[in-house]
Every structure is written in structure tokens, then in C-alpha cells.
Design a binder for this molecule. Structure first.
Ligand SMILES: CC(=O)N[C@H]1[C@@H](OP(=O)(O)OP(=O)(O)OC[C@H]2O[C@@H](n3ccc(=O)[nH]c3=O)[C@H](O)[C@@H]2O)O[C@H](CO)[C@@H](O)[C@@H]1O
Length: 370
């Protein structure tokens, strides 16, 4: 298969694409892949590290306010979009993909739109329960729309929908992890809580965690606190005069998350769709703190789909304090049977064959196009 993939901005759009590529290369090793990302997103750091051919386009998002500067910015956005469509068409002519798939983020808007105009089979993958702006736009042009939450179905043209789940779930579920907490200087046999605010880190989660550290130091469990790359220096500065116990580790980012996750006892984090796909694929109990800053509060909807099934607990950002965080973690870690039940409920929601399902649809689209 000659696969062109585009997805960018944040990890939630990038990792599903990478998981799909990994599965394709395992099943069809002669395949050729080109990843098209943006000059500004995280993909620029993540994708080339995986040895995947990468091209970048300059693109930006629309501003939703009506101030003069936003209007000017939106003209620039439109210009960059049209330019990116033009450049995508050139890339398509050179690479000659059998199929183009978009996993969200502004850059995928230009690439997938260009592919549809060039009559290449196209598909988008929507990770969330509430549909993003780019995928809403692309839904009018693509051949198929893969979704990971049933709730997303009503927001797209019915005849194009296929329910596949998120490919990152399959990657997380099937990995043979040889990771050990001893690599972080921790004890491999002590329950370990992983705290992180999505792929970019979250200010409020970071401040609550910093306040909780003096209490964490006394606990019979371990805490791995991931700040987000950009927020690491600030957190380290704030912690300069705080005693951080041997059972607490502070890290900017984890690059081998699928290896690490199977060893986690409890997750505290945002409710980004790709994180939830991983959590449920592995059946990890979680305390979810949805970001209130995302479109249409979609993380609360994502989180509630787990909470309703007893697979997670929710903590709203307005109720988030260091003390509350510690209490909720203690309550679960101290109550093994509650934790175990939550894990089992979480696993029931997992989609451990998501990328197989996606590949199947992609292959049938390609076949029908020949
Ligand atoms: C603020 C924002 O717009 N967030 C959106 C973004 O979240 P975000 O990019 O944070 O996405 P998710 O939480 O869904 O996924 C994060 C991904 O990054 C990985 N990871 C994270 C931290 C780390 O140190 N190492 C690492 O590898 C996780 O394992 C996961 O695969 O995309 C998601 C999927 O469309 C949306 O649901 C979120 O609402």
C-alpha cells in the first residue's frame, strides 16, 4: 500500500496515525508511507524520530473572535490553507498514494481536501465523541469516516461512517512491554500512579500535583509526574525548594508511553480521546480531569463515557486541589477491589483490534478504486 497520512498539532492526532502505520508495516511490509504534518505541531518532533518520511506544511487555525486582528489573521489562515492545498497536490503527484488518511488537526484539512480533489480514495479518523472542526469540514469530501465513539456518528453523513475505534488502542493492547520502573529509579513492585495532562501537559494539573508532593512523599505508592515538555522548566523552578521524595519522579515527557502504560496502577489525567483509547485497551483505572478549554467541552463527554460504566472517576478542574487529588488517589489505591473492578470495567470498553478494522476499510476502498 502507498499510504499518505496527515494528522497534527497534538499527540491525540499523531499517535493514532503512528499506530496505524506500525500495524500496516507489520502486515504489509512492502508498503510506502509519507507523513505530512505542520511546521508548528508536535509531529515535527515525534514523527521523524520514528524513521517515517515526513514533509511539513505551514498552516494555522481559524480564530473564532471578530476583532480586527483576528479578521486579519483569518485572511492569513485562508491564504496558508490554499497554499497548503496546492503544495499537497504536488506531494500527491510525486508520492502517488493509493489512499490518503487524515487523523485531525488543521494540516490534515489541507492534505485530505487536496487528495479528494485529485480523486484519491480518502478517509478521516475522528478520535473524539464530539467532532472537530477540520473533520467536520472534511466529512463532505471524504469516502469514509472512521469513528471511535458511537456518539460521533450523528454528527457525520450516515452512509460514510465505520466504527473502528482508535488504532492506538491496538498498539497499546498488544505491545510486549519490557519496561521496568527501575529505569526511573523506582521500585517495580510498588503501585505506581502516573499523572499527566495530555500530550502538552496541563497547568492546573501541574499546580495541584506540585502542592500534593509533600503528601505524596509519605505514601506507600509511587508517583510519576509528567509535566509536558514546555512546562518542565517552570515546574522544576517551582520545586527548587520543595522536598521531592524518592517515590516521586518528575519528567517532561514520556516517549515510550505504550511500553510504560502496562506497568501503571492508576492514571490521573485529562480525558483526551487517544489517552482514553489506551487506558481502556489496557484496562487501567483512572481519575479523569477533563480540560474545560476544548471545543464544546468534548473531554467531559469523552470522560463521561467511561465514568458511566464504572471505568473511571471524574474530577472537574474547578474542584481540583492538591488535597482533593491525594484523597481520590488514596481512596483508590487503598481499596484494591474497587481499583480492580474499575480496571475490569475499563477493559470492557477497549478496542484492541482498532487498527485492523481501519486497515480493512482502507484496503477495501483501494480495491474498489482499481
Ligand atoms: C487540549 C486539546 O486540544 N486536547 C485534545 C488533544 O489532546 P492530546 O493531544 O493531549 O491527546 P490525548 O490525551 O488524546 O493523547 C495524548 C497522547 O500523547 C501520549 N503522550 C502523552 C504524554 C507523554 O508524556 N507521552 C505521550 O506519549 C499519550 O499516550 C497519548 O497517546 O487531542 C485529543 C484527541 O483528538 C482530544 O481528545 C483532546 O481534547
Amino acid at each position: 500500500m502507498r499510504l499518505m497520512v496527515s494528522g497534527g498539532g497534538t499527540g491525540g492526532h499523531i499517535y493514532p496515525a503512528l499506530a496505524l502505520i506500525e500495524d500496516l508495516m507489520e502486515k504489509e511490509p512492502d508498503s510506502k508511507v509519507l507523513y505530512v504534518g505542520s511546521t508548528r505541531g508536535l509531529e515535527k518532533n515525534i514523527v521523524p524520530k520514528k524513521g517515517i518520511p515526513f514533509k511539513e506544511l505551514k498552516i494555522q487555525g481559524f480564530k473564532r473572535s471578530f476583532s480586527l486582528s483576528s479578521i486579519c489573521d483569518n485572511f492569513k489562515t485562508l491564504y496558508l490553507f490554499l497554499k497548503s492545498v496546492h503544495e499537497s497536490k504536488k506531494l500527491i503527484k510525486q508520492f502517488k498514494p493509493d489512499i490518503v488518511i487524515g487523523t485531525g488537526g488543521y494540516v490534515s484539512g489541507a492534505v485530505v481536501y487536496a487528495a479528494a480533489r485529485e480523486h484519491i480514495p480518502t478517509m478521516i479518523h475522528e478520535q473524539n465523541s464530539l467532532v472537530g472542526l477540520t473533520n467536520k469540514f472534511l466529512s463532505h469530501f471524504v469516502d469514509k469516516i472512521a469513528i471511535a465513539f458511537h456518539m460521533a456518528a450523528s454528527q457525520f453523513p450516515k452512509d460514510k461512517i465505520v466504527f473502528t475505534g482508535n488504532p492506538r488502542a491496538q498498539q497499546a493492547a498488544h505491545i510486549k512491554s519490557n519496561f521496568s520502573w527501575s529505569e526511573y529509579g523506582l521500585d517495580p513492585n510498588t503501585p505506581t500512579v502516573l499523572i499527566f495532562g495530555g500530550s502538552q501537559g496541563a497547568l492546573k494539573i501541574n499546580s495541584a500535583t506540585m502542592k500534593a508532593i509533600p503528601e505524596f512523599n509519605q505514601k506507600p505508592y509511587q508517583v510519576v509526574f509528567v509535566t509536558g515538555q514546555k512546562r518542565y522548566d517552570y515546574v522544576k523552578k517551582q520545586l527548587a525548594n520543595v522536598k521531592v521524595g524518592k517515590n516521586v519522579i518528575v519528567k517532561p515527557y514520556i516517549y515510550n508511553m505504550p511500553q510504560v502504560l502496562p506497568k501503571v496502577s492508576l492514571i490521573v489525567g485529562r480525558a483526551g480521546a487517544t489517552s482514553l483509547a489506551e487506558i481502556t485497551a489496557l484496562g487501567i483505572p483512572s481519575i479523569l480531569i477533563p480540560s474545560p478549554y476544548v471545543t464544546a467541552d468534548h473531554q467531559t463527554k469523552n470522560a463521561m463515557s467511561l465514568v458511566k460504566r464504572g471505568a473511571a472517576e471524574i474530577l472537574t478542574e474547578k474542584d481540583l486541589t492538591g488535597k482533593r487529588l491525594v484523597n481520590m488517589i488514596d481512596d483508590l489505591i487503598d481499596n484494591r477491589s474497587k481499583l480492580q473492578k474499575m480496571g475490569m470495567n475499563s477493559k470492557k470498553l477497549g478496542m484492541p483490534d482498532a487498527s485492523d478494522r481501519l486497515l480493512k476499510v482502507m484496503n477495501s476502498l483501494i480495491k474498489n478504486n482499481k
